[in-house]
Design a protein around this ligand. Structure first.
Ligand code: GRF
Length: 203
């Protein structure tokens, strides 16, 4: 299956997918990496792996709708079966969501602690267990159907960075396994069957 991965930061989730997809038996290849900003490690990781990249900045457009349309057009060039938002810090609009199944990953056990500060919010709440979630993206913020989750313990000395790094270690494995299973076996979730390869997605 053909993956387009969207990033906004360090790209360690992307790197895990790049490493896994180097094995032909994984069942998916990353055909392009997109970002909403320049100069991030995620783009450098793609370039080092010889994967085409593109950047679409919201600030380049007069409206959110124009950016949504432009981003969907850049993705379409690569004809993906699946889009993976891996640390992509923008809400994807209808042009992308209606064209492809989109997987997103979040560093908390949704529906707890959605949004851009899930690790900080979990820590502040004093939870003893948090974790990560892989879900199908919808038009909301971290509200799509949950596909996979894994728990991560919180330790007394944890600060946001330490906890997030511990979560990310688990998260990249969860994302790699979920994408690989979707690619090889297909996945039915919330009435949608995502199967990569020939037809992309069957309803
Ligand atoms: C991941 O924990 C992701 O869930 C969150 O931000 C982090 C991105 O990490 N949205 P990276 O860019 O994949 O290293």
């Amino acid at each position: 299956g053909r993956l387009v991965v969207l990033v906004s930061g360090s790209g360690t989730n992307l790197q895990a997918l790049l490493d896994a997809s180097a094995d032909p038996s994984y069942g998916a290849t990353i055909v392009a990496v997109g970002a909403d900003r320049d100069g991030i490690e995620g783009l450098a990781r793609a370039e080092r792996a010889g994967v085409p990249t593109f950047v679409e900045k919201l600030s380049s457009y007069g409206s959110r709708a124009d950016w949504d349309t432009a981003l969907a057009a850049r993705i379409a060039v690569h004809k993906p079966d699946l889009v993976v938002a891996a640390g992509f810090m923008k809400i994807l609009g209808e042009p992308t969501l209606s064209a492809y199944p989109v997987l997103n990953t979040h560093p908390a056990l949704l529906p707890s602690f959605p949004g851009a500060h899930g690790v900080r919010d979990a820590l502040a709440h004093g939870v003893k267990v948090t974790g990560c979630t892989v879900m199908l993206a919808d038009a909301g913020v971290d509200t799509g159907p949950i596909v996979a989750q894994e728990a991560v313990r919180v330790f007394d000395g944890d600060d946001e960075h330490l906890l997030h790094e511990r979560i990310k270690t688990v998260e990249r494995g969860l994302l790699v396994d979920t994408v690989g299973r979707m690619a090889r076996e297909g996945w039915t979730i919330a009435g949608r069957t995502v199967r990569l390869g020939s037809g992309g997605e069957q309803k």
